[in-house]
Design a protein around this ligand. Sequence first.
Ligand SMILES: Cc1cc2nc3c(=O)[nH]c(=O)nc-3n(C[C@H](O)[C@H](O)[C@H](O)COP(=O)(O)OP(=O)(O)OC[C@H]3O[C@@H](n4cnc5c(N)ncnc54)[C@H](O)[C@@H]3O)c2cc1C
Length: 581
Amino acid sequence: MSTSPTLETVSTSVLIIGAGGAGLRTSIELAQRGVDCLVLGKRAHGDAHTIWAAGGINASLGSLDPEDRWEIHAADTLDEGHFVNDPTAVETLCRRAPDRIRELEEWGMAFDRTDDGKINQRYFGAQSFRRTCFVGDRTGQALMNTLVQKAMDLEVPYRENLYITDLMTESGRVAGAVGFDMDSGRPVAFDAEAVVIAAGGHTSLYRRSSSRPDENTGDAQALAFNAGVPLRDMEFVQFHPTGKVTPEEEAGHLVTEAVRGEGGRLYNTEGERFMERYSPNQMELDARDVVARANEREIREGRGTENDAVLLDISHRDADYIRERLPRMVEEFAAHGVDITKEPMEVAPTAHYAMGGIEVDFETAETRIEGLYAVGECTAGVHGANRLGGNSLIETIVFGEIAGTHIAETLGTRPGASMSEAALRGCVVAQDALGSANGRHTPEELIGRLRRLMWNHAGILRDEDGLLEGLRRLQQLRADADDLLVQASRTSRRYERAQNLQFMCATAETILRGALERTESRGAHARTDHDATDPAWRQNIRCIPTGDGEMEIDVEAAGTPSRRVQRAIDEDHELDYHHLE
Ligand SMILES: Cc1cc2nc3c(=O)[nH]c(=O)nc-3n(C[C@H](O)[C@H](O)[C@H](O)COP(=O)(O)OP(=O)(O)OC[C@H]3O[C@@H](n4cnc5c(N)ncnc54)[C@H](O)[C@@H]3O)c2cc1C
């Protein structure tokens, strides 16, 4: 079914895999410095997951709170990350963020303004000051529009509907990548001196996630791991407390935090406002991980609805006020017959963000493979055990600029590598074999099983028995994945899902292994059999590939912040769990 008559070969100095905020910002830096590069993505130009980001992007501009400084932004980030973040990454991010925002403004991003014309800023969860810049509730879309326009002005070439399946390396250096064109079905080899992975997160591994369908399937992490790059902090997955439950195709999509910000209350099916038991002071406005765990416990202990949900109710507020402040929610629920001005919404936790990912050197964004870089949600280090809302968009921009700069400065100064013919042929043969697989299990069946497995065994609440059982089930699932039924060409959705499944299994194992190793609870990682945070565990867990998909686990002490940032931590600024205004 899936023969590949001709292999297309493409040569570029720098190949960028992924065209969200991270990939585009990297390409802009390269183009501005006169370096030839090619950006590609699985979808059309401008259609990356970044467009879904709503609330905002952080930088200590001090528009409304002049006492804010980058050191306090760093202190807040480390605090929310429970001090297992990479301090270099955090300090670089926070120090450089204001310049990157001003640059976006120069490039035409229409930030909301204060009355006196400054970039407006609002509170986001767990921040000491109003630091989140925004464009209404469509900040990600505005960011993408700005970056796409800038990249087009600089004539950065973009290749759409291109799926990368393998990275090519030779003697510890990157040589290029291999994939296939999802329109023509042709396999494609990219010969490049440097390759940047900017292919996003992995939250689609979970039964419920805030991700778009068929996106965030852990491709970036698996591509890097398969090429020999360690992954770290994989056990840290952020769950948002309020995802939709129905209809099925929207399950996991976010019910905005603004509902709770506007006074929304959480109830179980016994009519109890249960946050009184979990967080009597902050109630529904406590941190995301606290509310997500409370919701999950209520559901697990049998006080949830038949759809495994709790009830979020805002109907005690005036109907006109709800319509004015939450128009999108009113509309979205009304489309499915729920009038939120009169009745509660069913909500449940949903996987929202991957804190763990590819290990890089944050001064350059390079991995341990020379010439191979990683930027954006696919990397680990900035967020530690939990992400501060608004920090991920700025991460894509700050480290995109850093990667682009380092590549431009080093290109041509190091020995190159060329792709091995045999390895290239092997990749194409594997692509063909996948398309003609004629076994018993469809990719859709196995992806569904994997998502349930991850939800049940590596979800919000974890324990040793569950994680071990998860690993056992994953082993069985992988055996079934060797008996796959595809029978479809590279242009089909089924073929794409069959490829996704390979990446999802590889990435899932690192999450399960990391979560098993960490015998404590910290940030987003909650072990019911080790429910306290153990100071001795202020360490990072690394999954180191040893070849043939195998790994060893290594543990490394977390770094310490600089004196300037430590002083800001010691100043003990009051964190406020404000939500979207
Ligand atoms: C609902 C929602 C709201 C959010 N709100 C905010 C917010 O307010 N503030 C904030 O800071 N963050 C927010 N985030 C998080 C933030 O949007 C992401 O972390 C960030 O946009 C990731 O950008 P990225 O460039 O790393 O990846 P993405 O934007 O996910 O782009 C990944 C790119 O890689 C490509 N790709 C993937 N796999 C392959 C492959 N195998 N071959 C070729 N190409 C591939 C994709 O096609 C795409 O082009 C939110 C997230 C969600 C889900």
